[in-house]
Write a protein that binds this ligand. Structure first.
Ligand code: ZN
Ligand code: ZN
Length: 173
């Protein structure tokens, strides 16, 4: 077998051709990838053009620089984050505030732990919490102590007494 120098040069030529085509394809795909990526991350057209130019001119080192400098979150992620923050703010605003010291209180607290302001009162019959101005319990209908129910008939009063005094006997009957 004899060594053919033209075969070698042809082989090298083909190899260089393939290598060049591969590099060109890689270069184009990097530019396209950068364009797609920056489109999801920045709205500013100048930033988009600069990013694509950076990768287009510097190629692989340009991608490295782009990966370091690009905005850390995509627009979609930023949108989700603002939504979450808004929901959080709204939840904070909906929390009640103590009329005495304006600190945040929970709805089921009777007394502010900070300034000892009375916030709610408990129904003396069923124990559920009532607003301070209410003079009748909305859960069991028992008037607050010292309050008289207006327009209560004799029958209503009797029924109230039966339920109040011996609820077990009612169930047995
Ligand atoms: Zn308070
Ligand atoms: Zn009650």
């Amino acid at each position: 077998m004899t060594f053919d120098p033209t075969f070698l040069s042809n082989f090298l030529l083909v190899l260089t051709g393939f290598g060049g085509a591969f590099l060109a394809a890689l270069w184009i795909s990097l530019v396209i990838w950068t364009f797609r990526d920056i489109r999801n991350r920045a709205r500013d057209p100048l930033v988009r053009i600069l990013s694509v130019l950076l990768v287009g001119v510097l190629n692989l080192p340009g991608v490295l620089v782009y990966l370091i400098l690009r905005p850390p979150h995509t627009l979609e992620e930023e949108f989700q984050k603002t939504l979450e923050e808004e929901a959080l703010l709204q939840a904070l605003e909906e929390m009640s505030v103590c009329p005495g010291c304006e600190r945040r209180i929970k709805d089921d607290w009777q007394i502010c732990p900070n300034c000892h302001t009375k916030l709610k009162k408990a129904c003396h019959h069923c124990g559920k919490l009532m607003e301070l101005p209410w003079n009748i319990c909305p859960y069991c209908g028992t008037p607050a102590p010292g309050m008289r129910r207006e327009g209560m008939s004799f029958d209503d009063a009797l029924r109230g007494l039966q339920v109040d005094d011996n609820p077990t006997e009612d169930q047995d009957m």
